[in-house]
Design a protein. Structure first.
Lengths: 106, 131
């Protein structure tokens, strides 16, 4: 699957931010890569999952500058701006799952 | 230890990053550059990132730290060759690399470094025109 250079840079950068979150905040986890298809469009979807402490206030965690670790907290909000679709679910003491999808331009 | 080569050219240090950076590599560069500035008394650092497709918040932040550390060590840093896709991504990410000078290419970056060196010598009054 081939993407343009801007889409590639944006998506890989978002993936890098989320992978760092999984590693640092989530204490490690998994990433699963899917090729997806919907209404004749194809895309790539990454799902980052951890069994870490979870996020109590997701809305607040999405705000730039908010971070519980020493990073600047650009991760979640920034990653959301870089991709076509962004989804996050988190339960305290259970873990966090973030998925991002980029659709190929037709 | 994996390292990015740092070349000395007159008063300046040149760094051309030809591989995608990861956390450890950019932290090694930070350590290496600061000690090289101290050892060589370099007055300027030029970092070419034209080969980089990915600059995430950690790498962007570390490049900003490198520029700040160089400043404290009396050297100016210029970041050159950023790809448009990287510029768009960094700004959308919320990182505008304030505090780090940029130029489009190596030539313009070198000109900027020479200019900052001239300004610095004017301010300290060591220009040859003083009586």
């Amino acid at each position: 699957m081939a993407f343009g250079s801007l889409e590639r840079t944006k998506f890989v950068t978002a993936a890098s931010e989320l992978a760092r979150n999984t590693l640092i905040h989530g204490k490690g986890g998994t990433v699963t890569i899917f090729e997806v298809e919907y209404n004749g469009r194809t895309g790539i979807k990454l799902v980052f999952a951890d069994q870490g402490p979870g996020i109590a206030d997701i809305e607040r965690a999405m705000v730039d500058g908010y971070s519980t670790a020493k990073s600047m907290g650009l991760g979640l909000g920034g990653a959301r701006r870089l991709v076509n679709e962004f989804d996050i679910t988190s339960t305290v003491n259970v873990g966090t799952t973030v998925s991002i999808t980029q659709w190929k331009r037709r | 230890m994996e390292q990015i080569p740092v070349l000395k050219l007159g008063d300046f240090l040149l760094v051309s990053i030809q591989v995608e950076l990861h956390d450890e590599l950019v932290l090694n560069l930070q350590d290496d550059l600061t000690s090289r500035i101290q050892r060589t008394h370099a007055r300027g650092v030029l970092i070419d990132i034209s080969a980089l497709e990915i600059v995430d918040s950690f790498i962007g932040r570390t490049l900003g730290h490198i520029a700040a550390m160089a400043r404290v060590l009396d050297a100016t840093t210029v970041l050159v060759g950023m790809r448009p896709a990287v510029a768009i991504t960094l700004v959308e990410l919320g990182m505008s690399l304030k505090g780090i000078r940029t130029a489009l290419d190596i030539d313009k970056g070198m000109a900027l470094l020479r200019l900052s060196l001239d300004e610095a010598s004017d301010e300290t009054g060591v220009s040859p025109s003083s009586p």
